[in-house]
Design a binder for this molecule. Sequence first.
Ligand code: AMP
Length: 451
Amino acid sequence: MNFQDLNLNTPLYNALDDLGFTTPTPIQAEAFGVVSSGKDVVGIAQTGTGKTFAYMLPILKNLKFSKQDTPRVLVLVPTRELVVQVVDEIEKLSKYINTRVLGVYGGTNINTQKQQIAQGVDILVATPGRLYDLAVSRVLQLKSIQKLVIDEVDVMLDLGFRHQLINIFDILPERRQNIMFSATMTQDVDDLIDDFFISPQRVSIAISGTPLDNIEQERYNVPNFYTKVNLLNAILQDKETFNKVLIFVGFKRMADRLFEALDETFSEESCVIHSNKTQNYRLRSIEQFRNGENRILVATDVMARGLDIDNITHVINFDTPDYPENYIHRIGRTGRAEREGHSILFSTVKEQDALERLEELMKMKIPFTEIPEDVEISTELIEEERVKIKERNNPTKRKDQDAPGPAFHEKTEKNSKENLGGSYRREIAKKYKKPKTRGDKNYNKNNKFKK
Ligand code: AMP
């Protein structure tokens, strides 16, 4: 396929010529028709795949010249660096089109941006916070937005922007096309799609089998968190082979929990990154891992994505990702530049379905390895692993025939609120969280974790 097949227009062809681009990248070819159709779209693609043009080509092709000053296209991105980069890309592509592109982000003078907006904009690229401030100030009118693009939505949600996004949805016109791009699928992204998108079309680039060729994969069936920790401890003993190890976990809480567990044995050699850590902490962790000071890095999917670290000897998937694409991204961090990479996957019984899905995607079975005999099988469970016992049909359960039935009137919203113990108690509970113990002490008392 080449760009001629997309039936673009002369100004776009000229711009592409100037850039020296002749063939659409896979995500551009795949997304063009869907974005042009006007339906809601969810695209799964990483930075570097040409995803900016994947949504901008169809948008620019269909954007008619207009004298109106209020923006018609809004692109939301998580960081100011991305604002600059996306504006730059759009300007290159719209070199021969009369469109006004503007980027706005926080941390700079808002008044300058207000003046720029007042001069008229067609395509606005923004970080969510600054966009909202500008909209609230009434200088920026969002009533003409026809297309909303949310780029790097996984990062945006991981940085805690969900609330701001919802506030922005509230002030946008209801009739609009939503276009969303994400590099990884996470539960948060899925929830956002469910809540705000109308049966979106999904486009993702088919993952080819070839890059996997130089990654040796193996997998273990492991019953629970602490047995995973024991197995990991055993594996990491071989410092020479396991020289630069990136360990993936799905959630921030798990990342902290695992880091804490590893710290007992490998405190001098391990570090952790996820979005609740400060920027400085993250940078320090990455640098220590990069320069070899620490050979073990624990990371969440979203945070590990921006990392560009060479010579990772092993990727260890501490959990089996629900979304198979994430597994492919994870293991792609090793085996770069023709070197052989290694990937190890841990799966519990609950994670077998996810395992099947990713084997189906790769069209291959991951070789299975038994847990070595000297690895302790723990019976201790973390909170998330315990079965919640619900008494459903207990025949001896007391039934009070005289108990009052449901109230005749629906309670008012105010009266139906759950008593959470007063804002002060909630604040204190939030501030001090839970004590740092391994789950519930009473539960674990008779079930001691053996090292
Ligand atoms: P992105 O994934 O949008 O960050 O794009 C990654 C880089 O690929 C950017 O520098 C683009 O200018 C470039 N690019 C986008 N589309 C093409 C294409 N069809 N052919 C070659 N390079 C491209």
